[in-house]
Design a protein around this ligand. Structure first.
Ligand code: F6P
Length: 361
């Protein structure tokens, strides 16, 4: 293998650049050139690439200085997109043709559920070696404890909610803070624990609008009854009732016995997706990036490198915290994480259930 392609796809996540840097460094050390497809699968189909390596006069390969410098930056220097064209067989055939034309013998895809689904289908159809790296702040990807960006997103949420808590305590207010995560409540749950929030509202609880209002009212009433100055409720994006509506309806419901209750709504939105990657995201990106190149060179394909503190189950790589899983298994587990049938989701919900009474104290 002499030339590799890499792309970042779907919602960007902090750590993608660190993964690009690691991939490029390891590949360069083995004498391989790396080409980043611009704007994810779009660039792969259009044949628009940026070389991430640099070939020196003596023929040795090194890392482009900008790629080296970008490791600590959020976003992705090669751009990302959610490609509709790549969902069609015609688009994938075009991508295959471009890879052959440019002499690219392997592909690394960094992204979430949709991107890894594309990687799986493409590797089957093209016969080219493809390895995935989980990258999504949502932490909804199966077979990996963490995806790139999750830790940074959690740090951002915690910092934002610390700021909100200061002003909440000053005014003795209740806040509902909505965090991203698409259909997965992980960011909401994990940040709620770290912030000792009073409650968490996630799609997986399956609550109706009436239940949400009743729960929120009761959490706020109990909080004030205990003399709290800050009442913080973390709401996951996946809960369909918009934050402002929930707050307005809850204030109305509480009007009779708490006429002066003030609840504020804050939607953190894309703030959560940006920012320089944390130590943990950089470290995971580095180790997954190395393992992805290593896996390609050892002849693996249609698989994802996963971040897992040493456990049994996957095929070991040279890094004890990185295991390789077939993309088929990853995608099945991802579907189960999202539809709630995965033991991972059940465990998260059970833990949250246990914590809920305690958090409200
Ligand atoms: O999947 C990452 C994510 O940030 C989700 O949490 C969110 O639902 C979605 O992407 C937002 O997508 P967009 O940037 O296209 O609005």
């Amino acid at each position: 293998m002499k030339k590799l392609a890499v792309l970042t796809s779907g919602g960007d996540s902090p750590g993608m650049n660190a993964a690009l840097r690691a991939i490029t460094k390891l590949a360069a050390s083995k004498g391989l050139q790396v080409f980043g497809a611009l704007e994810g699968y779009e660039g792969l189909m259009d044949g628009t690439f940026r070389e991430l390596t640099k070939v020196l006069a003596d023929g040795s390969v090194t890392v482009d200085v900008e790629v080296d410098a970008a490791g600590g930056q959020g976003g992705t220097i090669i751009g990302s997109a959610r490609s509709l064209r790549f969902r069609e067989a015609e688009g994938r055939a075009q991508a295959n043709m471009q890879m052959v034309k440019h002499g690219l013998e392997g592909l690394i895809v960094i992204g979430g559920n949709g991107s890894l689904t594309g990687a799986h289908v493409f590797s089957g159809e093209s016969g080219l070696p493809v390895i995935g790296i989980p990258g999504s702040i949502d932490n909804d990807i199966g077979c990996t404890a963490l995806a790139l960006g999750v830790d940074t997103a959690l740090n951002t949420i915690v910092q934002a909610c610390d700021h909100i808590s200061d002003t909440a305590r000053a005014h003795r207010r209740a806040f509902v803070v909505e965090v991203m995560g698409r259909d997965c409540g992980y960011l909401a749950m994990a940040s709620a624990i770290a912030l000792a929030a009073d409650a968490v509202l996630i799609r997986e609880q399956g609550k109706s609008e009436e239940q949400l209002i009743a729960d929120l009212s009761s959490v706020i009433r109990n909080g004030y009854a205990r003399g709290k100055r800050r009442i913080l409720v973390i709401k996951a994006e996946g809960v369909q009732v918009p934050c402002t509506r929930l707050v307005r309806l809850t204030e109305e419901a509480m009007r009779a016995d708490m006429p002066s209750v003030e609840i504020r709504a804050t939607v953190l939105g894309h703030v959560v997706r940006g920012g320089n990657p944390s130590y943990q995201d950089r470290a995971i990106a580095g180790r997954l990036g190395f393992a992805a190149v290593g896996s390609l060179l050892r002849g693996h394909s249609d698989a994802m490198v996963a971040w897992l503190p040493p456990v049994q189950g996957g095929m070991p790589t040279e890094d004890s915290s990185v295991q390789l899983f077939s993309l088929d298994r990853v995608l099945q587990e991802t579907a189960a994480v999202i539809d709630g049938s995965s033991p991972v989701t059940k465990r998260r919900l059970a833990l949250m259930e246990k914590a809920s009474g305690v958090l409200a104290l």
